[in-house]
Design a protein. Structure first.
Length: 344
């Protein structure tokens, strides 16, 4: 018997990307089931690119989390009104915040499976790849024979900005910021990105800078260098298409890192305070780069907070020369615009 499945996962961008293997798993394991996804309004256009595309219910998550009392109530009531006359057989709540359980209370959602931070019921489990944990939420079992996570196929279109020929390497110097918090400890220092740009140019590669409107503070660092600067100049799906047209991406743990991973290009992921075993790119040609000698505090992020730290040495002591060499090597394995199996 086919089921109607509701997935509630609305942000940030990287977390939504790590949940997209649910789309592939539903199509592969439960081909008769239908999937409806509650997602942030700003991310909804990206989900429309997935194949098969889930039904999307957009949510004003910014108002829900950071709005005034009136805005929060309006966003919550709007979602409840959309779902009030519908019934589901299975609800996957891929958030652990108890407020969201209250938001869904009383709706006809069938069986509820949810992420949980309580001891002995923790999910995602520390040290486990979050892509796989989302699929585990769907299949409802654990063990060596449980289904692995795979990205769905994604439709790719021409990039919104003309790109030069030759080797193109995307860089995301911003990111690590969402509606709930700013995480500067996750970022590789901006001056290191500038040095990396110089090294890539010297190697005859074209640096392509990607990022959203919140990342425009990074733009002055590259204003005098011959780069393709698309920071704040594209939509989310435009940034996705731009990444797909590059041979590789260099980024710290952030939304753009996951976006490039979904686009199917090799990602050189720079990790420090967060655990790569949980959030590293899924692509087979991607690789993780960390400080050559780990510090006793690495990683320090526990899913809620970081260690008290005034200078993230775990990333700051990762030199641009090492990153440049690894970036050029990573780009050499590229098949541009693969879209995890090709454009749909």
């Amino acid at each position: 018997m086919s089921r109607r499945i509701l997935l509630v996962k609305f942000g940030p961008i990287g977390d939504v990307v790590m949940a997209t293997p649910i789309v592939e798993a539903v199509a592969r394991l439960y081909p008769g089931d239908s999937l409806t996804w509650v997602v942030s309004t700003s991310i909804a256009p990206l989900l429309a690119r997935l194949r098969p595309a889930p039904e999307v219910v957009p949510l004003d998550s910014e108002s829900l989390w950071r709005g005034s009392a009136v805005q929060r109530v309006r966003a919550a009531l709007g979602l409840r009104a959309t779902l009030a006359n519908r019934s589901f057989d299975l609800c996957l709540l891929a958030h652990a915040h108890p407020r969201l359980r209250h938001l869904l209370w009383g709706l006809d959602l069938g069986e509820l499976r949810a992420f949980d931070l309580r001891p002995f019921r923790r999910m995602p489990l520390p040290g486990r790849r979050h892509h796989h944990e989302h699929v585990r939420l769907l299949v409802g079992n654990d063990g060596p024979d449980s289904s692995m996570a795979n990205f769905p196929t994604v439709a790719i279109t021409a990039p919104p900005i003309a790109l030069p020929s030759g080797l193109r390497i995307a860089l995301a110097p911003g990111g690590a910021r969402n509606v709930l918090r700013d995480d500067p400890l996750r970022r590789w220092p901006l001056e290191h990105y500038r040095e990396l740009v110089k090294l890539l140019i010297a190697a005859r590669a074209t640096p392509v800078l990607v990022g959203g409107p919140d990342d425009t503070w990074t733009k002055p660092a590259f204003a005098d260098l011959p780069v393709v600067d698309a920071i704040g100049c594209t939509s989310l799906v435009g940034a996705f298409d731009l990444c797909a047209a590059c041979h590789a991406m260099v980024a710290h743990d952030s939304g753009p890192m996951h976006l490039a991973d979904l686009a199917g290009i090799p990602v050189l992921a720079l990790f420090g305070p967060t655990d790569p075993s949980e959030k590293a790119p899924l692509g087979s040609h991607s690789r993780v780069l960390r400080r050559s000698q780990t510090l006793p505090c690495m990683p320090c992020y526990d899913g809620v907070s970081y260690a008290r730290c005034s200078a993230n040495r775990c990333l700051a002591e990762l030199p641009a020369t090492v990153v440049a060499e690894a970036a050029l090597l990573t780009a050499s394995s590229s098949s541009v615009g693969s879209g995890q199996g090709g454009p749909a």
